[in-house]
Design a protein around this ligand. Structure first.
Ligand SMILES: Cc1cc2nc3c(=O)[nH]c(=O)nc-3n(C[C@H](O)[C@H](O)[C@H](O)COP(=O)(O)OP(=O)(O)OC[C@H]3O[C@@H](n4cnc5c(N)ncnc54)[C@H](O)[C@@H]3O)c2cc1C
Length: 559
């Protein structure tokens, strides 16, 4: 068995784990991160996309509000390419208690969330699609954020500081020597190879799976997975984040992000972070609530629905799930459980990931005798290669973003992008090739990296093109060609078929909850292309006849 030796092993390639690996590496601590899927495989890849101003939490969770307000300013500074400065409105609709407006504004001031009231006329001038019956509007510095890009940005920075990041590596065992965790056994899910990672510290940043990781060390951590469903609409009917001005509830925020507007979310506790579905009533609720903010919301085309699970940490002394706090918690298992060598960081939000990482890294550095201070708030982060676009439509101004066709028309006129592979998201051949070169090994990895297949056609026109590019580049490779240190076996036509089938099936999961109107027509067209013309229903057979899937492990490619 291969043995890797490191000072700190971070488990989890979501926002928190990536923040931790960057912070530790910047202090000169030898750090390795393992993630069982691609980066953002967990909740970080399935969230709402809001860079919180803190406004949402000013009354119920003031500490979180202040943390969000501070981190909001820091993240804008250190990774501006991951954030769109949309601004945010908290609006009082006819369904909300008008007296909450003054309480909200006062609590914003108490918690350091910048706020000012604007007139309804000014709101309608800036966002004409909003409900004219809205009676009051408070503006806060909300933004929208690209968590996929932010993850790669953090990973790139961490690697630049010497960290090792291993994706598709699942922690199978934690090894204890007496009362101390000293190593982990991880399995490379693509090759089946097992590796032992010896370390001085394990940092458990496995989000909703943190309880499962803790259990491997014989420690009890209760994380209640809180499922939230979101629906992406194919137009940015607003260019500002719109929040209902009331205590947090279901379906009360619309976030404009890239080419879409996302409404969310619900909050339903589920028994297991890997087992949950999307109920039709959740989608219906989102559309009904959207209608209260934007009249005619339901007439817009819903693109897809997805859900993620909040990592809600339940303290030992909390009896009722409803009393679980939304702030984060650092668990020192030496003090708490008498097990040394392991720390868990649980709860929190995407917006506060850097702060969570700082707290965890401060504690580990102290225990390792490392005195270098945290400077993650000061050093701007690098931009991953595949992000270099010739024109970033996300920052192109409100007018261009209203309908998807407009940026495409502009790009086609300017001939600025080279060959376009995905017209909906304006993804060029060069960016897809860069993503493959950076380590993306299947079509879903590429989707997360460059947003290919995330627009209205849900990949109808671009998946087969991207599959060809993946095949073209991977089939020539036999060794380790990725920055992630993953070994690619010879990539053949059967692997391409398996990747294509897997991608189609994954897209289908998000389409089924929104199959009506234009999206139903689109799904039918995609079915005609892939099933009737290309015979995609026979791909499984082909993949199996010709030597198996991209990987035989069902967690990586369940064809
Ligand atoms: C519906 C919803 C909407 C949200 N919206 C927002 C928002 O708009 N703004 C905001 O700031 N926050 C939002 N949040 C909260 C935010 O998304 C999460 O707090 C954050 O993404 C958690 O990141 P994480 O890194 O802690 O966990 P995760 O992203 O879940 O990362 C944990 C990782 O651990 C990996 N892992 C698990 N087991 C193993 C193992 N055995 N071996 C190796 N790896 C393993 C998983 O694959 C996963 O990738 C939302 C959450 C939900 C559920």
């Amino acid at each position: 068995m291969q043995i890797i030796s490191t000072d700190v092993l971070v488990i989890g390639g979501g926002a928190t784990g990536l923040g931790c690996v960057r912070d530790l590496a910047m202090r000169g601590i030898r750090t390795t991160l393992v993630e069982k899927g691609d980066l953002t495989n967990g909740t970080t890849g399935r969230y709402h996309g809001l860079l919180h101003s803190g406004g949402r939490y000013v009354t119920k969770d003031p500490q979180s509000a202040t943390e969000c307000a501070h981190e909001n300013a820091i993240l804008r500074r250190i990774m501006p390419h991951c954030i769109e400065d949309t601004s945010g409105f908290f609006v009082i609709t006819p369904w909300d208690d008008p007296s909450y407006g003054d309480i909200f504004a006062a609590n914003c001031r108490k918690t350091e969330v910048p706020v000012h009231e604007i007139s309804v006329a000014e709101m309608l001038r800036r966002e004409p699609a909003l409900n004219p019956q809205i009676s009051r509007v408070f503006e806060v510095p909300d933004g929208s954020s690209d968590s996929f890009l932010a993850a790669h940005t953090n990973a790139l920075s961490a690697r630049d500081h010497g960290a090792l990041i291993l994706t598709y590596h699942r922690v199978a065992e934690l090894i204890r020597a007496g009362d101390r965790v000293v190593a982990a056994v991880v399995e490379d899910l693509r090759t089946g190879e097992r590796k032992r990672i010896d370390c001085a510290f394990v940092l458990n940043a496995a989000g909703a799976w943190a309880g499962k990781i803790a259990a491997l060390a014989g420690v009890k951590v209760t994380v209640v997975p809180g499922k939230g469903t979101m629906v992406a609409m194919n137009h940015r009917m607003v260019n500002t984040v719109i929040n209902r001005c009331k205590l947090p509830a279901d379906g009360d925020i619309i976030v404009p992000i890239h080419t879409v507007a996302v409404i969310g979310t619900t909050d339903i506790h589920v028994p297991d972070p890997d087992v949950y579905g999307i109920e039709p009533e959740e989608v219906q609720l989102m559309l009904e609530e959207g209608e209260k903010l934007v009249p005619g919301f339901k007439q817009h085309r819903a693109l897809r629905a997805w859900a993620g699970v909040r990592p809600l940490y339940k303290d030992q002394d909390v009896a009722n799930d409803r009393d679980i706090s939304r702030t984060y918690k650092l668990l020192d298992h030496q003090q708490r459980d008498g097990v040394d060598g392991m720390i868990s960081i649980v709860g929190g939000k995407w917006t506060t990931y850097r702060l969570m990482a700082k707290d965890a890294a401060d504690e580990i550095a102290r225990r390792l005798g490392n005195t270098r201070p945290c400077y993650t708030a000061d050093e701007p982060m690098p931009v991953p290669d595949f992000e270099h676009r010739s024109g970033n439509y996300a920052g192109a101004g409100a007018e261009k973003l209203y309908y998807l066709g407009k940026p495409l028309a502009a790009v086609e006129e300017e001939h600025a992008y080279g060959d376009l592979i995905c017209e909906c998201e304006l993804v060029s051949r060069a960016r897809i090739q860069a993503a493959i070169n950076s380590g993306a090994s299947n079509l879903d990895d590429i989707r997360r990296d460059v947003r290919m297949g995330m627009g209205p056609c849900q990949g109808g026109w671009c998946i087969y093109r991207t599959t060809a590019l993946l095949y073209e580049q991977r089939s020539g490779m036999t060794g380790d060609a990725s920055q992630s240190g993953i070994q690619h076996s010879t990539f053949n036509i059967q692997h391409s078929n398996a990747a294509l089938l897997h991608f189609l099936q994954e897209r289908w999961k998000g389409l089924t909850p929104v199959l009506w109107g234009d999206q139903l027509r689109q799904a039918r067209l995609d079915e005609l292309i892939y099933v009737s013309v290309m015979g995609a229903h026979r791909l499984r057979e082909h993949a199996e006849q010709g030597g198996g899937l991209v990987t035989d492990n069902p967690e990586v490619a369940t064809a």
